[in-house]
Ligand binder design. Sequence first.
Ligand SMILES: [Zn+2]
Length: 51
Amino acid sequence: MFIVKCPGCGKEQKTQPRPGLVTSKTKRCVYCGRNFKIHGSMPKSRIVKKV
Ligand SMILES: [Zn+2]
């Protein structure tokens, strides 16, 4: 489970990508509906933290 931050509205939300597919995972924001990629590398990532 990850906490990710939407680049559109800046809201944080949980997501649970399947193991090994983090870099190809596209998350749809539950607040504004924007689709954004969840990068595997932390500097570029929308991932705030792993939980
Ligand atoms: Zn959003």
